[in-house]
Design a binder for this molecule. Structure first.
Ligand SMILES: *Cc1c(COP(=O)(O)O)cnc(C)c1O
Length: 344
């Protein structure tokens, strides 16, 4: 229950803090030196997430960014290229790591409103085998993208297209569990057609740290070497893997609550004067405020103990630290702002 003086933090689902039960799981974890391959809890997590994604193997990663980077460098060599959405995380928000560290050229394409790429445009962007061109090696998709879930049939078609042209498919599934819960399909159905899949434990699943890269044994072995190069070999990291395992046991089904609360927030904002909800999918709501008053709304919300971000439109993300009372407070504060502005 959101207490009166507390903060309702809707900036991201990364702000979740480990629950007491998760902390107990961390405290009880058996650990070893994972660089020696000696950590049984890491091994258990890697096996579990590989099974859940329908892939052969998996590797624990420090972050989603590290996971995507290791995947890019495992799939592509210098001078190769990856085809990717213009607004995709692994193109736009990862510091240009693939280019800086791997000499890999992105070929960005405009995305549709749901984050998908038009597969005819992807096919047209694949470069012929000719020495004028970078070698097109990889297609990257993101699920969910800004909360939008891509369906299994789309991912299967994208994989088939990539494979027909000798490309691999990487799926940035930082929030793939949100997609699975929203679509009511097993995670495996969204993941098994890809050649590599990255999932985050530190977003809606509520673990403090960590992601996993899943794929064939061979791909994961290559990514393991890259992870070492970028300084990602960690020692008694079973402490973190235990949190992720706890999240897989206890925090997957409950993502439906986050989706319900995001819907509730969108319904509460929709129809307030001067505020327009532009997207409300899974656990992420975007809104625009008329007259460039987005920053003013953010400031007003903050004065009422409600935090959101304004980097790309106003964004509100629900997660396990947010409840009905918190959403009610966010809606009340937005209404207060909208009504006082409309009567000026
Ligand atoms: C958050 C996110 C990442 C990166 O994860 P970090 O752990 O923050 O590095 C990658 N892709 C998508 C789609 C994300 O939302």
């Amino acid at each position: 229950m959101t207490a009166p003086g507390s903060t309702v933090d809707l900036r991201s689902d990364t702000v979740t803090k480990p629950t007491p039960a998760m902390r107990a799981a961390i405290a009880a974890a058996e650990v070893g030196d994972d660089v020696f391959g000696d950590d049984p809890t890491v091994d258990a997590l890697q096996q579990r997430i590989a099974e859940l994604t329908g892939q052969e193997a998996a590797l624990f990663m420090a972050s989603g960014t590290q996971s995507n980077l290791c995947s890019l460098l495992a799939h592509c060599g210098r001078g190769d290229e990856y085809i990717v959405g213009q607004q995709a995380h692994c193109y736009r928000y990862e510091g240009g790591g693939g280019a800086a560290l791997g000499g890999i050229q992105p070929q960005p394409l405009a995305q549709r409103a749901d984050g998908s790429l038009d597969l005819a445009e992807v096919e047209a962007a694949i470069k012929p085998d000719d020495n004028h061109f970078a070698r097109s090696r990889l297609l990257c998709l993101e699920n969910t993208w800004n909360g939008h879930a891509l369906a299994p049939s789309y991912i299967e078609s994208a994989a088939a297209l990539a494979h027909r042209h000798g490309l691999a498919l990487h799926l940035d599934g930082a929030r793939l569990f949100n997609a699975a819960v929203a679509l009511g399909v097993p995670l495996r159905d969204l993941a098994r057609h890809a050649d590599s899949v990255s999932v985050c434990f530190s977003k809606g699943l509520g673990a403090p740290v960590g992601s996993a890269l899943c794929g064939s044994r061979e791909l994961v072995a290559r990514a393991h070497r890259v992870r070492k190069m970028v300084g990602g070999g960690m020692r008694q990291v079973g402490l973190l893997a235990a949190a992720a395992l706890h999240a897989l046991d206890h925090h997957v089904e409950r993502l439906a609550d986050d989706h319900r609360l995001a819907r509730q927030l969108a319904d509460g904002l929709e129809g307030l004067p001067g505020i327009r909800v532009t997207s409300a999918q899974t656990n992420i709501v975007f809104a625009e405020v008329a007259g460039g008053r987005g920053p003013a709304l953010l400031a007003h919300l903050a004065s009422r103990g409600v935090l959101a971000t304004g980097l790309i439109g106003l964004r509100f993300v629900t997660h396990l630290g947010v409840d009905d009372a918190g959403i009610a407070r966010a809606i009340a504060a937005a209404r207060e702002f909208a009504l006082s502005n409309s009567s000026e």
